[in-house]
Design a protein around this ligand. Structure first.
Ligand code: ATP
Length: 345
């Protein structure tokens, strides 16, 4: 049995369904990211696990016990919000000690556990500072220490790096991953940032309009998106609406290549920009280069074709062989295209 199980969770507000039939299993020690656009139900799902929002339907099982009706304090889970919610009038030490005092942990043990938690987040030297004397990244670490000090079975993080600038955010992601591995704590984190989810998660739970769209390891989700939404939310993708015919996938007047076992009927034909190359002979499509953009670690080309604008990327080379206005041939390997039944997208 999984360590944490969400079984058929539904959350309705009047006629509006914020979360629809959310079921997933989390293994002990696993790092799961709930990823999706704003309003898709990530926070609501996390709040149901934390106990702040009661589900309309469904149950939550932790380590074999049904905790659906338990108060948040009885669940004993560690929670970190984007705002950190530190007590401004208390020192770092006292902020971290608070949860232990509530649990009536005796003094010598309390002091040891607070100092261990602060060491864990590299803030041992900051114990006597107040939150107003800390940087954003340091406040975030205090919030982590405060959540971890109670030794919760599960850590719940809601956009914990949302308030940090891009560079610090990247550093904190690496730190958080290392910390989570060290402590081995089962973690669920909410984010709308695909790069963050890919960096941190063992598995990504991609949500859309209250429903789980796909659950997969990051590489698997990128390489094998199960539909149009997954392919475009995680990375860039060219998506063509087409239909299976004898020789391939008919898109407009064109037939695009597909593997022999590709699905029948109306399909979405998905090809990632980095899988498309420029060729002189036997192109699948022809077009003209409408734009060529330098994006640091790669070039992005927008190619005008009779199937619309197609995106192509190439790893950074000093000067690419094609320029704006050039006529080019495009090709890709058949197995790099994903063909997905339209109703699944
Ligand atoms: P974000 O990334 O913007 O935080 P989210 O994916 O976390 O979005 P939720 O906060 O879970 O989204 O909200 C899901 C939907 O439920 C939204 O449309 C939101 O407006 C709605 N919702 C959330 N809480 C309530 C509430 N108390 N009453 C009514 N609707 C709510």
């Amino acid at each position: 049995m999984a360590f944490l199980e969400l079984k058929g969770l539904v959350k309705r507000y009047g006629d509006f369904t914020a979360v629809e039939d959310c079921s997933l299993s989390v293994e002990q020690g696993e790092f799961l990211c709930l990823l999706g656009p704003s309003g898709c139900g990530k926070t609501t799902t996390l709040q149901m696990v934390a106990g702040f929002t009661p589900p309309t339907v469904g149950s939550i099982i932790l380590d074999g016990k049904d905790i659906t009706d338990l108060k948040p304090s009885k669940r004993g889970l560690g929670v970190v919000f984007q705002s950190y919610a530190l007590f401004p009038h208390m020192t770092v030490h006292d902020n971290v000690a608070f949860g232990l005092q509530m649990r009536k942990v005796p003094s010598p043990d309390l002091a040891l556990r607070v100092s261990e938690a602060l060491d864990l987040v590299h803030l041992g030297a900051f114990a006597q500072r107040y939150p107003s004397e800390l940087s954003g990244g340091q406040k975030q670490r205090v919030a982590m220490a405060r959540a971890l000090v109670i030794q919760p079975p599960v850590l719940l993080l809601d956009e914990p790096m949302g308030a940090l600038d891009a560079k610090l955010r990247e550093e904190m992601q690496i730190e958080l991953r290392a910390l989570q591995r060290r402590v081995g704590i089962t973690t669920i984190m909410v984010t709308h940032d695909q790069a963050e989810a890919m960096t941190l998660a063992d598995r990504v739970v991609l949500m859309n309009k209250g429903c789980i769209q796909q659950i997969a390891r990051p590489v698997e989700m990128y390489e094998e998106p199960n539909g149009r939404f997954s392919s475009t939310f995680l990375g860039k993708a060219n998506v063509f609406e087409g239909a299976r015919v004898a020789l391939g996938i008919a898109v407009g007047e064109r037939i695009l290549p597909c593997l022999a076992d590709a699905c029948e009927g109306d399909v979405d034909y998905i090809i990632r920009p980095e899988k498309i190359g420029f060729v002189q002979t036997d192109p699948i499509l022809r077009g003209s280069v409408a734009a060529r953009l330098f994006l640091g670690h790669h070039w992005l080309f927008q190619i005008q074709t009779d199937l619309g604008l197609i995106q192509v990327t190439q790893a950074n080379v000093e000067l690419p062989a094609v320029a704006e206005g050039d006529e080019v041939g495009l090709s890709w390997r058949t197995e790099h295209a994903r063909v997905i039944a339209r109703h699944l997208s």
